[in-house]
Write a protein that binds this ligand. Structure first.
Ligand code: GLV
Ligand code: MG
Length: 347
């Protein structure tokens, strides 16, 4: 690994210095837009007011004969809207594809000054991040871009999961990592065709009660191990973990449950692939008003986080004070974007 000092030097003469701290932004949902479809592209200025991140998708789900139209459409939609505090991201094609070089060079050349994050699919190891890192620095220098474009990796290959810690630490350009359950299932030869969520056959069977034959079974979470590993790798590296896609748009309850499990385990947001999932992500990834209320009590009782107090019969100490701060910081971000939620938080 690089020693600390060169880690924060630009990789090209004239490129902006890497960020020491990630920008503080609300990223509850990363909303996917297929930029080759005129009608959906036309809705982006309005959409940008409703979501935290707008992402122009160039990779899977974009037909091969629409790859160039999607790239051009992304540049058009980036130019057409003002994004304010809403993030502007793109998911480029994989590094071994015939489209990726033009994705990167044309997009950074045309709208690199507006682009916050490039999502890189099928990352196997830190070498993939190093390649994009170097290329972005060269392009930033060429086009006089003064804010570094960040990289967000998708964790969707078995090799990537093995190397997730090294990926998270690969560059100060790393913004975060999303779980990609569809490609990961394929890479691992998991026996499911679902995009995220549980599977009715993945369950634990309880022992029968004495003298009875009936047994209860509970479905388990197929993604628990990977999400936990990803959250640890990201948080240890100071970057952000996200759940990715949930494919069954007709099952809002299962989507909410998958998002909520990811939120409780430390993820900051998820992808929304359908407008109905925007509201689900808002509900799940905004902290619960009762939790915020309690967090306020903790911080009021222990302003500097020292010592221990009892609140409503529950022990509070330095660790619960830090948990309370996480919730309050998030609630403040939500309140700034969404005054109705701010009123519910009393902020
Ligand atoms: C996302 O890209 C996935 O493969 O789940
Ligand atoms: Mg994928």
């Amino acid at each position: 690994m690089k020693p600390p000092r060169p880690f924060f030097q630009p990789l090209a003469i004239g490129a902006p210095a890497p960020l020491r701290e990630l920008p503080v932004r609300l990223e509850r949902m990363i909303h996917f837009v297929p930029p080759h479809i005129d009608k959906l592209r036309g809705k982006v200025p309005e959409l940008a007011k409703q979501v935290d991140v707008v992402l122009g998708n160039l990779e899977d789900a974009i037909p091969v004969d629409a790859k160039e139209a999607a790239r051009k459409g992304f540049i058009e939609m980036a130019n057409a809207a003002g994004f304010g505090s809403t993030g502007l991201w793109t998911r480029i094609n994989a590094l071994n594809s015939p489209w990726v070089l033009d994705d990167i060079t044309e997009i950074v050349g045309a709208v690199g000054h507006k682009l916050d994050v490039i999502m890189l699919p099928k990352v196997d190891g830190p070498w993939d991040i190093h390649y994009l890192d170097q290329l972005l620095a060269q392009l930033e220098a060429r086009y006089s871009i003064n804010k570094p474009i960040l990289i967000h990796a998708i964790l969707e290959t078995a090799q990537g999961v093995n190397n997730v810690e090294a990926i998270a630490l690969a560059s100060p350009r790393m913004h975060g990592i999303s779980l990609g359950p569809a490609d990961l299932a394929a890479s691992r030869a998991m026996k499911t065709t679902r995009v995220g969520g549980g599977h009715p056959d993945y369950k634990v069977l309880a022992d029968p009660a004495p003298g009875e034959s009936a047994r209860t079974a509970a479905q388990q979470d197929l993604w628990h191990y990977t999400i936990a590993k990803m959250v640890d790798a990201c948080v240890a590296a100071g970057i952000k973990p996200f759940y990715g896609p949930f494919g069954d748009f007709s099952d809002a309850a299962a989507c909410e449950s998958q998002f909520r499990n990811a939120f409780l385990m430390g993820c900051l947001g998820a992808w929304s692939l359908h407008p109905s999932q925007i509201e689900i992500a808002k509900i799940v990834f905004s902290p619960d008003p009762h939790e915020v209320e309690f967090a306020k009590k903790i911080v009021a009782a222990m302003p500097d986080g020292a010592g221990a107090v009892m609140i409503d019969g529950k022990m509070q100490d330095g660790a619960t004070w830090k948990q309370a701060k996480v919730l309050l910081d998030l609630a403040n971000l939500v309140a700034a974007k969404d005054p109705a939620m701010g009123a519910r938080y009393g902020l």
